[in-house]
Write a protein that binds this ligand. Sequence first.
Ligand code: GTP
Ligand code: SPV
Ligand code: MN
Length: 655
Amino acid sequence: MGVDRIEQLPVDMFASHFLKEAASSTKYASKIEPQRSYDVLYGNLNRLPRQVRHFVEQNAKVCQPDAVHICDGSEKEKDLLYYMLQRDGMIKPLRKYENCWLATTDPTDVARVESRTFISTQEKHDTVPRIKDGVKGTLANWMSPEDMETALDSRFPGCMRGRTMYVIPFSMGPVGSPLSKIGIQLTDSAYVVASMRVMTRMGSNVLSTLKDGDFIKCLHSVGKPVTSENGGASEDTKSQWPCNPKEVIVAHLPERNEICSYGSGYGGNSLLGKKCFALRIGSILARREGWFAEHMLIMGVENPKGEKKYFAAAFPSACGKTNLAMMEPSLPGYKITCVGDDIAWMRFDKNGQLRAINPEAGFFGVAPGTSMKTNPNAMKTILKNTVFTNVAGTSDGGVYWEGMENELPDNVSITSWLGVKNWDSETGKPAAHPNSRFCTPAGQCPIMDENWESPEGVPIEGIIFGGRRPEGVPLIYESFDWQHGVFIGAALKSEATAAAEHKGKVIMHDPFAMRPFFGYNFGHYLDHWLSFQDKANCKLPKIFHVNWFRKGPNGFLWPGFGENSRVLDWIFRRVNGEDCAMKSAVGYIPKPDSINLSGLKESVDMNALFNLPKEFWQSEVKELEKYFEDQVGEDLPPKIKQELKKLEQRVQSDL
Ligand code: GTP
Ligand code: SPV
Ligand code: MN
């Protein structure tokens, strides 16, 4: 279906591009030239809106690229990018599929680097809560503007030498929607351009909706200028993937509407529209303008009567958002549609209805564990126009990862993400990196919702929190009210996953699944959420908590995936006001037999799934109390403290 390689581009179309590129690449030199000029290889600086042009010129002066390419988002440009990426050894074609590619990164550049992610504001406590001296804060990293300036000044000057600086105009959200926002990303990575082209709406049409100056300035560099010695490759590993792991910084300067990221080409570190813009900067804009920017999937659920509702769900990284958003329901008559799998921008409309858009245009999904059994819709989505990163390749031009569950024919061999040929599972090392991902256009998903690009967004009737909780936390519970629901979000915890640089399976706090993504003081974030309770014209959605990951002696107690539709069915009925819940210490839980288990093939121990061990919840309360005191300190809203007290009393009285 696909090709072994792109042998040739329609070269005359690009003749001038390659001539100029050749000329400029001979220009790089190890000696420093104070003022360097660059060629504009593609596009026209003069046609850019004034402030965009200024932003480009200013940063070109600092970063000193050899060339500038202004992205237009065209097919022609796409062909050029993929051709160059392949030529430079950054991606390999996967001939088994249509226009699919495999990239493998430097082994040190594989996940978000939370420890090097900073937010810089004049006032420290605009960014981080007021906590006791000596306690290490885990809710956002603040850096002073002075230190930030030093950090950026020691990295960016000259960082793009020998490379092309791409200018990416992109829209988060449908182009022109009143809920959308525009960014301009400058990057010296063509891989990032190819990925942004999938993950955002990118190209010239974005510029035509831009009110001059009203954009987020995003600057990204892999931090590896090309010199005659390194040829652009990594010195330590000699990999073709340029990066500078020792100098990584992912910096946010909200007061200047700026994001500056250096040293990593991977995922959330480099696709700046995603976590940096849509969540960190987004959450700040949201508070200022009265809306929400959240780490949530958005899904449509249609019941057998043809009634439809939309839900948003916040689970921490690699805890099942993509799976739930694309679920194939096992309950007959149910239909699921996908609006988004990672980020929701939501606001109450003038009728008081909460509405959500997915600001993204693609999925950057976790590959391991994705199979025809667990997520057939994702498997169907990624068969074309997809860039896979850090998965394993097969000798017949396909991909492979742990949990893919397809038996490979004997004559097909696997090359691991680290390039080990004839890989087999006996080595004990995974074939694919645990945080390996696919980057694929959302529009290709067979169950995309008919309204997924609707400019006004879809109406949200329920918000679901969840995490990986091996112990103590029931399959589903519902909050008593909005305030209790905000408390449940604040108390969210989960087992660590490979999405960031954490080691081991510790249970970590991840409030609102936003711990790595808060753009401002978490105490203020809670105030913002709580404030909607007092607003006259807001229909507050019900709030739920789910846990697919509770374990018994034989592993997971709940089959998960498509069977989660049974839980969605209960949620749906609750939103419709059905009397199928009863009070418990943690919230409303299903009345006996109110979860529809008909047709479930395996036997499930519902008692074990809903058991609320008193000692567990007593220590949970104590631990939460300490967490809030240590991490949110003076900024913890009294209402959250009250909710914790109420939980403590309910646990005590065995309610
Ligand atoms: P990010 O993209 O990192 O924000 O993560 P995500 O929340 O979209 O995670 P994703 O859906 O890709 O989850 C990936 C992991 O969760 C895979 O290992 C899945 O197998 C596992 N998973 C998802 N749903 C379920 C479930 O219902 N039960 C169990 N046991 N595992 C699940
Ligand atoms: C996450 O870690 O929550 C992701 C992947 O969605 S990344 O874009 O790398 O942040
Ligand atoms: Mn995510």
